[in-house]
Every structure is written in C-alpha cells, then in structure tokens.
Design a protein. Sequence first.
Length: 304
Amino acid sequence: MTTEPTLAPAAARATVEAWMREFQNWLCQQLERADGAATFQEDQWAHASGGGGRTRVILGGAVLEKGGVNFSAVRGELGAAAARQLLLPDARYFATGVSVVQHPRSPHVPISHMNVRYFEAGNGEAWFGGGLDLTPVYVDEAQARWFHAQVRAACDRHDPAYYPRFKQWADEYFYLPHRQETRGVGGIFFDRLTVGVDGSFDELFAFVQDVGEVYGRTYTALMRQNRARPYTAREQEWQAVRRGRYAEFNLALDRGTKFGLETGGRTESILMSLPPHAAWAYNLTPTPGSPEAATQAWLRQGVA
C-alpha cells in the first residue's frame, strides 16, 4: 500500500526560502575566508513568471579561480510536457534552492558541487532534493575517504539508510555514459524526498540543512589543506582536460541545468557552473603508471 503525501505546512515556503537566503550568506562567508583574497559579487534578477534570485560569483581568488553560490526562489506554471516529465500533480509550482560550484586555481584543490532545493506543486505536495560531490583533478585517496566519512556522519544523524542509498544514487547520477567514467569521486545525490512519505517536513528540512553545513565545512577544509601545494604546467594541462569532462556533464546530462533553461531561468546564473577554461584533447590516453592514469582508474562507480 502506498502512502499518500501530506500537503506541506502553510508556512513551508517562507521558512525554506528564508533559510536558503541565510545559507547563501553563510556559505559565501566561509568560502571567502578560506580563499583569503577575493569576495563574491552579486547580481539580483527577476524571473518572468514570479520570484527571482541572487547570483553570487567569485573570480580571480587566491584559491578559487571561478565559483558561484546561487540562490533562487521562483514560481510559475510549467508547460504540459515539462509537468508530465516532472510527474507534477499540479503544473503550478514554487521552487527555491541554493546551487554551488567551485573551480579552484590549483589542480590539487578539488572542483566541488553542492545543491539543496525545495519544490512545491500548486496543490501543496512538496519535496526536497539535493546532493554534493567532489571532483578532484588528482585523486588523493585519504582526502576522498575523509570527505565520504564526513558526509556519511551527516546522513547517519538522520537515517542510517541515507548514506548507502544516496551514495549509490550519486554514483549513478554523476556519471558520463559516453566516457564510461564518473565525474569524480562521488558524494550523495537525492531527489523527491516527499513530505509525508519520506518523512515529515521538519525531518526532511533538517536533513537538507545538514547537507549544506557538511559541504561548507568539508570543502573549506580541503581548500586550506591543499592551497599551498606546488603544481606544474603538465598538471594544469590535465586540469583543463578534467574541467572539460565537468563541462560535458553539466551541459549534456545535468537535470538542474535542463530545468533552469526550460523554465526560463537566468542563463548566466545557470551556466555559472562551467569552468573558466577547459580543454578537449583528441584521443587522450594517460601514460601508464602516471599520476593522471592513477586518477583515471578511480573514475568508476562504487569506489570511495
């Protein structure tokens, strides 16, 4: 017997939107402190059907060459095809969230992504989604395992089944089938955790808040740990290739990119996730036994 979802509390939209705004503020502060040089610039924008957002981008930092922490809260009515694709019980919608991508200057500081979001249909059915993952240019096994241990601990505070379930989901989602490789060392991914089916509003909201906190804490620690490591021109060339893979995923496969473009979101904000520079080397095969080959061997599902 399936459980019918419970409608979201009347104040849910305002509560989640207010937290998303404050989370954006907090995370930008944490990243600025870890970078130590650059600050975020902000663009405010309005959505054609209602609501809008704050795009914050950091450029030319001591650690972060390009990064973004974007907040949005939009409402409207989806077209019939999009509503069917999202299995919406009512084409009217409200969506709010924070989306984060950081592209470091050094090939020894991992690329990172995090997203937390809340979606509510016009009839009040509501769900949460999100995830975070790490994309090292050169995989450091100890750091990758530490990152996963921190994420597991955050999940276990809410449900011991969350981490294995959402880690597998991330392995499947952050995957480039045309390359037969994962985007990085993974993390967690979850979608449509429905209020009244997968937990109460308060329970699911608390989990999403912890996902945001563990991202900010772990990623800034990795920034500080790796920022001073020297690197070579060869390592920068490999970084450009791995950034190209990241761009392939975001443009061809990422659901958030597709949703944003299909619903008339701000293009500059949506494509903020792309790296400042990337490269595509023809028929590239890393030299056997090289650090690049060692990293390539990690890019498969079910590791870390």
